[in-house]
Design a protein around this ligand. Structure first.
Ligand SMILES: O=C(O)CCC(=O)C(=O)O
Ligand SMILES: [Fe+2]
Length: 456
C-alpha cells in the first residue's frame, strides 16, 4: 500500500507510459515502482524470465542510509570542505561508494524534452545514438541495440509497448563539482604532467579520453543487469532528471580470496542461473538516486541499476592513484573471465595507466600514495599483455613510447617496495584483503628513490 504520493513512482505511468496491467514492486525505502512489461506477439511479457526476478531480488536489499557502514553518505555542504577529496578518495580506496545528496543541478524549464537536453547539456536532437531495446535484448542478448536519434528516442519515450535507453552518450565536457574535479588522476596527472618527459608520438586511442564524460537516457522500466564497469575505472554518476535504484553488491566474506571475488562477479553477471549461490555469498544496498544526487563507485564494484521512471543522468569514468588495486583486480577478472563481467567493452586503458606511472616522479607531494595501489600500477604498466580484456583488441596493448620509461620507473618502485625474484610483486599483492589500500608510502623516501627520473 502506498502511504505517500511522492513515494508512488507508478503514478501517472500506468496506461500512459507503461502497460495498464504492469505489476508493481515495493522498495525498502518506501517507494513503489512498476515492474517492466514488454509483450511479444504471443502476449507474453518478455521481462518475466530475467528482468523481473532480478528486480525483485534487488528490492529485497536494504536502502542505503547515512548510517551505512558500506557506503559513505555526504551532502552538498561537505563539498565546501578542504579535505573533501581526501575523504572521498579514502572511502573509494577501501571499496566504499560515496553518495553526495543535494548537489546543484540544471534547472528544468518546462518538460523533459530533446530541447531540455539540447539547452542544458549540448546534445543535438539529431545526434545519432545506439538505442538499447529490452525486446531486442530478450530475443538476442548479444545484439541489444538499434540505431536512432535523440529525437526518435523521445518520439517513443511514452510508448507503453517499448522500453529503451541510451547508455553510450559521450559528453566529454561533463565534470564533477569543482572540489572533486581532480579525482581523475589519469587526466590530471597522467596526461597533463608527463608530456615534457615523454612527448606523445604514436596514435593514442580516443577511448583514453572519451570515457571521461557521458550521459544515460532512459525510458521507464529499464534494468541494467549486474556487472562491473570495464577497464577498472571508477564511475561517477549525477542524476539530472528522474530516479534510479542503484544497487551496489559486496562479498559477505573471503575478501582475501581472488578466485572467490572473481566468482562473485561472474555469477552475479548470470544471476538467473546462480540465484541461490548469489543469495548465499553476496550482500547489497540499494542507493536511491534522485535529481541532484551524485554517486561515485570504486573500480570493479558489481552493480545493477533499475530506472523505474524516465530519466537522464550524466557521469564519467576515471582512474585515481588511491584505487589502482581495485582497478587491477577488475582488469584481472576481465582478462581471465571476460564476457560475463562488464556491459561495455572499452580498450586502451594501458596508455593512461602508463602515463600515471610516468607522472609519479614529479607527482605533487600532496598526493597520498599507498602500497597496494602503487604496486598494482607498476604491475599493470609492466604486464600490459596480461591485462587485455578477453575479446579486447591486441592493438590496445601494443608497446608505445611510454613502455620503456614506465618500465624503468616501475623497476625502481618494485625494488623500493621489496619486490625481488623470491618475492614477486603479485605474491605481495595477492596476499590479504584485496579491497584495502594498505600502508601509506613516505613521499620523501619515494622522491629520493625516483630522483634520477626528474632530471630536466
Ligand atoms: O543506468 C543504467 O542503466 C546503467 C548505468 C551503469 O551501469 C553505469 O553507468 O555504470
Ligand atoms: Fe555500470
Amino acid at each position: 500500500m502506498v502511504t505517500c504520493n511522492s513515494l508512488d513512482l507508478t503514478e501517472g505511468l500506468l496506461g500512459m507510459e507503461v502497460p495498464k496491467t504492469s505489476s508493481k514492486v515495493r522498495w525498502k525505502d518506501g517507494h513503489t515502482s512498476i515492474l517492466p512489461a514488454v509483450y511479444n506477439e504471443y502476449q507474453i511479457n518478455v521481462c518475466n524470465s530475467v528482468d523481473i526476478p532480478i528486480i525483485n531480488y534487488l528490492a529485497e536489499f536494504p536502502s542505503s542510509t547515512p548510517a551505512s557502514n558500506h557506503v559513505l553518505h555526504l551532502t552538498n555542504n561537505d563539498l565546501g570542505s578542504d579535505e573533501i577529496l581526501d575523504r572521498v578518495e579514502g572511502a573509494l580506496g577501501n571499496n566504499k561508494p560515496v553518495v553526495i545528496r543535494g548537489v546543484e543541478h540544471q534547472p528544468l524549464a518546462g518538460e523533459f524534452t530533446p530541447d531540455y537536453l539540447d539547452r542544458h547539456f549540448g546534445i543535438s536532437p539529431n545526434r545519432a545514438v545506439y538505442i538499447h531495446d529490452v525486446q531486442a535484448r530478450a530475443a538476442d542478448h548479444v545484439n541489444v541495440t538499434k540505431p536512432g536519434t535523440i529525437a526518435s528516442f523521445f518520439a517513443s519515450i511514452m510508448d507503453p509497448r517499448k522500453i529503451k535507453c541510451v547508455l553510450d552518450l559521450p559528453l566529454a565536457h561533463t565534470t564533477l563539482p569543482q572540489s572533486l574535479k581532480h579525482l581523475d588522476h589519469g587526466l590530471v596527472y597522467g596526461w597533463n604532467e608527463t608530456l615534457y618527459d615523454v612527448p606523445a608520438k604514436s596514435n593514442v586511442h580516443p577511448e583514453n579520453f572519451t570515457v571521461k564524460g557521458w550521459g544515460l537516457l532512459h525510458q521507464a522500466g529499464y534494468l541494467t543487469y549486474p556487472h562491473h564497469d570495464a577497464e577498472g575505472t571508477l564511475t561517477w554518476v549525477r542524476m539530472e532528471f528522474g530516479l534510479k535504484f542503484w544497487t551496489v553488491f559486496r562479498l559477505k566474506s573471503q575478501y582475501d580470496n581472488r578466485i572467490h571475488i572473481q566468482e562473485v562477479v561472474c555469477r552475479l553477471g548470470n544471476f538467473t542461473e546462480h540465484e541461490a549461490w548469489a543469495r548465499e555469498h553476496c550482500d547489497a544496498e540499494v542507493i536511491t538516486l534522485t535529481r541532484g544526487d551524485i554517486l561515485i563507485m570504486p573500480p570493479g564494484m558489481p552493480h545493477a541499476v533499475y530506472t523505474p521512471v524516465k530519466s537522464f543522468a550524466t557521469g564519467g569514468h576515471a582512474y585515481n592513484f588511491r584505487c589502482l588495486h581495485l582497478s587491477e583486480l577488475a582488469r584481472y577478472i576481465d582478462a581471465t573471465t571476460g564476457d560475463c563481467t562488464t556491459n561495455q567493452k572499452l580498450e586502451h586503458a594501458l596508455e593512461t595507466l602508463r602515463r600515471m606511472l610516468l607522472a609519479v616522479p614529479r607527482l605533487s607531494p600532496r598526493i597520498r600514495l599507498f602500497k597496494r595501489p602503487l604496486l598494482s600500477l607498476c604491475i599493470m604498466a609492466t604486464q600490459g599483455q596480461q591485462y587485455r580484456a578477453k575479446g579486447g583488441s591486441k592493438h590496445g596493448v601494443e608497446d608505445r613510447e611510454t613502455a620503456k620509461p614506465s618500465a624503468d620507473i616501475a623497476d625502481a618502485i618494485f625494488k623500493h617496495l621489496g619486490v625481488s625474484k623470491r618475492m614477486p610483486a603479485s605474491t605481495i599483492l595477492y596476499e590479504g584483503n584485496q579491497f584495502v589500500t594498505g600502508d601509506e608510502i613516505s613521499r620523501d623516501h619515494l622522491a629520493r628513490v625516483l630522483k634520477r627520473f626528474t632530471v630536466l
